[in-house]
Design a protein around this ligand. Structure first.
Ligand SMILES: [Zn+2]
Length: 259
């Protein structure tokens, strides 16, 4: 765990049997699932930091069914180098795919619930609870930074990346989940495709687009893991959840940047 630093004093963290300690003696216990709780010092507190539990489970179950497996493969292929950090890793579906011989993979998220699921399922990577704007990772040590469907933190990303390191960014493309939106809304809009501004050199862009056919619980899981679950009138949601099958596009934009 040579990439991790103490969230309080920023000295390197060293793994002991049940905890991680810094040279100043700050100590953080490993949970029974094996993750570390390294929240930001001035972090906002809320009852559910990050996503609520039902959303985490819906996401885990939907991803486990393999509907986003093509994206997972593309992300794994884009990973270079020895130290990989997945920023806002959720339940670790893409993080776990980055594991390889001789590689150290780290994933963090502000949602403890997500990190618990990740650490339970994937024993090869090291997971920790942390915020996006003060990542407890040493300056200039990350070879590949993964950043999928999350708000950007360009300054922190440039701080943790080593010179020549890569950032792999994934955002929804314009037709992502359009079939789902058609089932919910009278006049669905295409997603706006705005490339994030990281202040890094753009290397390559790839689009992955395919059709998914979903049934029953998979439709409910997909709906529950999207922001539409909060924004949709109950009647429209009911109409969707009663559909026997749903055809919808998956549309992802994978962009690679170099520092
Ligand atoms: Zn410390």
């Amino acid at each position: 765990m040579q990439a991790l630093i103490c969230p309080l004093c920023h000295e390197p963290l060293h793994a002991r049997e049940r905890c991680a300690v810094c040279e100043k003696g700050h100590s953080f216990d490993f949970s029974k699932e094996g993750y570390l709780n390294l929240p930001p010092v001035n972090g906002r507190r809320s009852r559910f930091p990050g996503d609520p539990p039902q959303m985490s489970r819906a996401r885990r179950d939907f991803l486990a069914a393999g509907h986003y497996a093509p994206l997972r493969r593309a992300v794994a292929q884009a990973v270079r180098g020895r130290i990989v950090l997945d920023a806002c890793c959720g339940e670790g579906y893409y993080t776990a795919a980055a594991a390889a011989e001789g590689r150290q993979v780290y994933g963090f998220d502000i949602s403890k619930d997500m990190i618990r699921l990740a650490a339970k399922a994937d024993k090869r990577s090291l997971y920790f609870v942390a915020g996006l704007h003060s990542i407890p990772v040493a300056t200039g040590c990350v070879d590949t930074l993964l950043h999928l469907f999350a708000p950007p933190a360009p300054q922190e990303f440039r701080r943790v990346l080593r010179s020549g390191g890569y950032l792999v960014d994934v955002q929804p493309g314009e037709r992502h989940l359009f079939g789902l939106k058609q089932a919910l809304y009278d006049t669905p809009y295409l997603n706006r495709e705005v490339p994030p501004d990281y202040g890094l050199q753009a290397v390559r862009q790839e689009r992955l687009r395919y059709t998914m056919t979903l049934e029953g619980q998979q439709i409910r899981d997909l709906f529950a893991m999207t922001p539409y679950a909060y924004k949709t009138a109950p009647q429209a949601a009911q109409r969707l959840l009663e559909m026997p099958t749903l055809e919808t596009d998956a549309d992802f934009l994978l962009r690679i940047y170099r520092f």
